[in-house]
Design a protein around this ligand. Structure first.
Ligand code: BGC
Length: 460
């Protein structure tokens, strides 16, 4: 039997098996000889989560959501379920001039937003991006907030706005215990940040202090939100049925509108409140142990926050590239790739960037991209290696997408049960670099893999 026949037979068998296990993603199997494929499968199998397993994960998350909402259980809950004090999504009549700050990844954005109701919701925007150098992410809180205040100052200067005191919306994409809309205590840093003197402090106060230290401009009232909440609100501005916001970017998280009577630590019985789930922390109490692989354990142990944000570390952009790198190193060391050789770059943490995964999964140029990337990483590859690397990337991003889909199913089911409705159309506002950049890798449906996995979430 030629390799081609062996491949196609094998790919049929594998996809049948996957169909039965609920994994209907279309993996890149072409170009991998049967014997190599069966060896490679041994490494990838632990990353394949069956529909049954995803359903179990969803049931566990459901319990954790309830624990996080409880008056006496929320302190110990892995999924924090933070009240946001946002009680409604926009109704489209909002207007005015605002400043907006967005801090959540390696970039920091300042925006000047004009919402003009009369002109059919035209939102005019000017913006500036400032990078946050790695040293600053690990430096002092004072340095970080001085940098933010400086960036904002330069932007106001360029827009000729220094004389005005505009209200400011601050999207701060880290877990915060919101006391009021302008008082928000950082619970802990995530996503590679660990600036000293900020955890346990009111982030709005730290921002205002940095602005006052400069003394050359001032800001008006501040409203602080998580990026999931901002995403839900901006989606809700156009679509009233948007009640969930989800981010799959450097980190991952979701928020949704919960009935206030279920939010036991907030007074009141009527109406709804947006809850920032902080689902990235799911599994921090060991509840996901059965699906963690040895590679996930290494990613966790070598991160700057071991034991924390377990779910996020299986899903988000900060970690996906590193999982792939660790797999490639192991497969090369076991003589399954690159003629048994590694390279200095491949052995260096962080050198396999998450964006490579999307590039390698591009439907048309993916293999060519893989070859360029492997060459740039100093690896001695052959065409089969490039195909195997593509399959590894596909497996890791599929697991990420399917876990997000399972978690999203848990939340939308909860909204449905809360309302006592079997069928309820809920729009989900989604954002984040991983979601946006991931290519059309599902050959069957010709849809983005995140989109198709998420659309299939009703199966869970
Ligand atoms: C943070 C969340 C944020 C998410 C997406 C996580 O690391 O804890 O607050 O929403 O990243 O940016």
């Amino acid at each position: 039997m030629s390799n081609m026949e062996a491949n196609s037979n094998n790919s049929i068998q594998i996809s049948k098996k996957r169909k039965m296990s609920g994994d209907t993603s279309t993996l890149h199997l072409d170009g991998i000889p049967l014997d190599t494929l069966s060896e490679v499968e041994k490494y990838l199998e632990p990353f394949r989560l069956s529909l049954e397993k995803l359903k179990e994960v969803s049931v566990r998350l459901k319990k954790d959501l309830i624990r996080g909402l409880g008056k006496h259980s929320h302190h110990r809950a892995a999924v924090k379920m933070l009240p946001t004090f946002v009680r409604a999504t926009p109704d489209g009549t909002e207007k005015g001039d605002y400043l907006a700050l967005d801090l959540g990844g390696t970039n920091f954005r300042v925006l000047y937003v004009r919402v003009v109701e009369e002109q059919q919701k035209v939102v005019k925007m000017d913006s500036k991006i400032c990078s946050i150098p790695q040293e600053m992410m690990l430096g002092t809180g004072e340095q970080l907030f001085d940098h933010i205040a400086q960036c904002l100052g330069e932007f106001l200067e360029s827009q000729d706005l220094k004389g005005q005191t505009l209200p400011l919306g601050f999207t701060f994409s880290f877990p915060c215990e919101q006391k009021e809309i302008d008082k928000s205590i950082l619970i802990r840093w995530t996503k590679g940040f660990s600036c000293s003197g900020v955890e346990g402090q009111d982030v709005v106060k730290l921002l205002k202090e940095a602005i006052h230290r400069r003394g050359d401009y001032d800001i008006g009232s501040v409203a602080m939100v998580n990026d999931t909440v901002g995403t839900m609100m901006s989606c809700g501005y156009r679509d009233q049925s948007c009640e969930i916001g989800m981010i799959i970017g450097t980190g991952t998280n979701a928020c949704y509108m919960e009935e206030i009577k279920n939010v036991k630590r907030v007074e009141g019985e009527d109406g709804r409140m947006c809850i920032n789930t902080e689902w990235g922390g799911f599994g921090d109490d060991g509840s996901l142990k059965d699906i963690l692989t040895e590679f996930d354990e290494v990613v966790d142990q070598t991160s700057i926050n071991p034991g924390v944000h377990t779910f996020e570390k299986m899903i988000s952009g900060m970690y996906l590239g590193e999982i792939v790198r660790l797999l490639l190193v192991k497969m090369a060391e076991d003589k399954l790739l690159f003629k048994g050789e590694t390279s200095e770059a491949l052995l260096t943490p962080g050198q396999f960037e998450t964006k490579y995964i999307s590039e390698i999964e591009e439907p048309d140029s993916g293999l060519e991209n893989a070859q360029k990337i492997l060459t740039a990483l100093g690896l001695n590859w052959d065409p089969v290696d490039a195909c195997v690397v593509r399959l590894v990337c596909d497996t890791i991003s599929s697991r990420s997408a399917r876990l997000c889909a399972a978690a999203l199913a848990t939340i939308s089911n909860r909204i449905r049960v809360n309302r006592g409705l079997d069928h309820l159309k809920t729009t989900v506002g989604v954002d984040g670099t991983v979601y946006r950049k991931h290519p059309n890798s599902d050959k069957l449906s010709r849809k983005r893999s995140y989109v198709s996995a998420i659309q299939k979430h009703r199966e869970v």
